[in-house]
Design a protein around this ligand. Sequence first.
Ligand SMILES: *[C@@H]1O[C@H](CO)[C@@H](O)[C@H](O)[C@H]1NC(C)=O
Ligand SMILES: *[C@@H]1O[C@H](CO)[C@@H](O)[C@H](O)[C@H]1NC(C)=O
Ligand SMILES: *[C@@H]1O[C@H](CO)[C@@H](O)[C@H](O)[C@H]1NC(C)=O
Ligand SMILES: [Mn+2]
Length: 635
Amino acid sequence: MMLRKSLPRLLCLGLTLITVANLLVFYSTGIFQNLVLGDLQKGLPLPLTEWSWAVGKRFSHLEEDLQNPKESMKLTIKQQENKDNLLKRVMHENHPNQKVMGAGTSQTKENNYKEKLFPDSRLFRKWGDHLSEDQQKKAEGLFQKFGYNVYLSDQLPLNRTIPDMRDSRCLQKRYPSQLPSLGVILIFMNEALSVIQRAITSIINRTPSQLLKEIILVDDFSSNGELKAILDEKIKLYNQKYPGLLRIVRHTQRKGLAQARNTGREVATADVVAILDAHIEVNVGWAEPILARIQEDRTVIVSPVFDNIRFDTFQFYKYNLGVDGFNWELWCRYDSLPKAWIDLRDVTAPVKSPSIMGILAANRLFLGEIGSLDGGMLVYGGENVELGLRVWLCGGRIEILPCSRVAHLERHHKPYALNLSMTLRRNAVRVAEIWMDEHKSMVYLAWNLPLQNSGINYGNISSRVALRKNLKCKTFDWYLENIYPRLKPIHSIVGYGRMKNPLDENVCLDQGPVPGYSPILHYCHSYRSQNVYYHLTGEFYVGPLISERTIDDHCLTDPGLGKNPTLEPCSKAARKKKHIYWDFKPGGAVINRDTSRCLEITKDNKGFSTLVLRACTVQVWTIQHTVGNWGARDT
Ligand SMILES: *[C@@H]1O[C@H](CO)[C@@H](O)[C@H](O)[C@H]1NC(C)=O
Ligand SMILES: *[C@@H]1O[C@H](CO)[C@@H](O)[C@H](O)[C@H]1NC(C)=O
Ligand SMILES: *[C@@H]1O[C@H](CO)[C@@H](O)[C@H](O)[C@H]1NC(C)=O
Ligand SMILES: [Mn+2]
């Protein structure tokens, strides 16, 4: 439970989808080759995000060891990966609390192995064994400040070679000789200078010069000193070599990701704009598929495929193709590939995607016509889901281009957004209010917010509502039916939030340990494992709301025997006629419709409460929020 608090939960908002991406990598390497993502999720007691995080954590070391020999690039600074090191690492990871073998006094062959000053820092798990104490301190300080290994980045060549991650069939593709011009927009806030320079260098070296019209840097009010005069000086040098190519625009106050992207688009003049983070390296042949596709159809907004640059080693890590989706909280994630695309049997074909992540390219004018990014999305989070929705609803399309690849540096932590939940939740409500019509309640339910007086200030939406009207955009219902059927709105929920029994107000109904199917009473907290959803039809969902067609929510069940309730995947349990239907009204008993037993609590002699099923006494339960008038909707 505590662990879950500190998780980097689905950081894909800026592309950093560590958790699910790990899953995709597993899938690609064949460890789970007979599974597809959809199946992986089936029957799991948690939504993909948290579950896959746990798996990712368990297997990621193994995974990287499998991946790296094949796909890692030859870094100029060689990572010493001899057997001793590997052994040491394995031992360290198996016994994280033990001193690493070989350190200190014992006579081992590892003469140059230095004591780790920061044994718990993620920076030094796979890197930095041979640094002096001063170097370690410097590297750790930079890591804390930036969320990635700036110490290493500063030593790597700006023009380093990176492995071509494209499918070989991409190399056979031919593109028109006449293509639109390209403007690349790099947005940043307190990025390391060497990382920005490497991005610029990769763009200059890997984009045909006759197509590359401009590179525009947008600084969202960095405080980092080296991004002022020193960066200006570097830009001057680039422009001596490539006259007029680079420009920089600096915000004079912090405006957030969405507005930084808009600033870049507004000052650009090229036919097509590619809006990228500044912590990327574009790969060979990245631009041509983008320009050709947008030339064919100006209403397509495209995304390249991302590979991962490791935050610690700066090594490359291949990600497989997936489409960009999201859940009802509007956390974005990767979804499995659509069957229609697989049936095409062309790995180079564009893939239709329900949404888009933070790196995209579009016809500059078209992007403006459909409203660019919503400047009212603050800080970070949800702005890309909003764009994806709007593009589909208002006359465009979103596609992923498998032959265009951009490597993206995934931060270990985001120094500027310590609580991603808070910013995403606010932005998600804004999206719901503008775009989701009668289904907007799903976002409130998923975030466990009251439908009225939520206390969330989502800003002034009048201009975006007007835009929606002017563009004659379709309804969210249409989107769910035609573009993203995976999300399943539910309108039978009449009560939700924390379930408490007045006999012990300190504890809440909780889904219990995961993986597991045993609901418990747990000290009340604000995490999603204590979300409960009661349906007018009698089901009680316990745990984070999923509400998707391919994954079941978990239903409170009376197994009929014994005194312990269980959680079962709802549709399967319904088919098997398990006892998942309950009668309940706020302040009333929770009575199983089939067995007539009640969900109650008992206290042991130490005062600990436990959940039981038994013949009803007179116990009652409360639920945190109600929808309308308990089913008699008042809206
Ligand atoms: C990188 O730049 C250096 C110095 O300009 C040059 O010697 C080297 O060949 C370049 N490397 C690549 C891979 O282009
Ligand atoms: C982060 O924000 C969420 C609200 O979305 C809140 O429940 C949680 O307590 C916050 N966490 C921290 C560490 O502030
Ligand atoms: C919202 O913005 C519009 C202009 O976009 C403005 O006319 C209106 O007064 C604003 N509403 C509020 C409550 O500030
Ligand atoms: Mn990013």
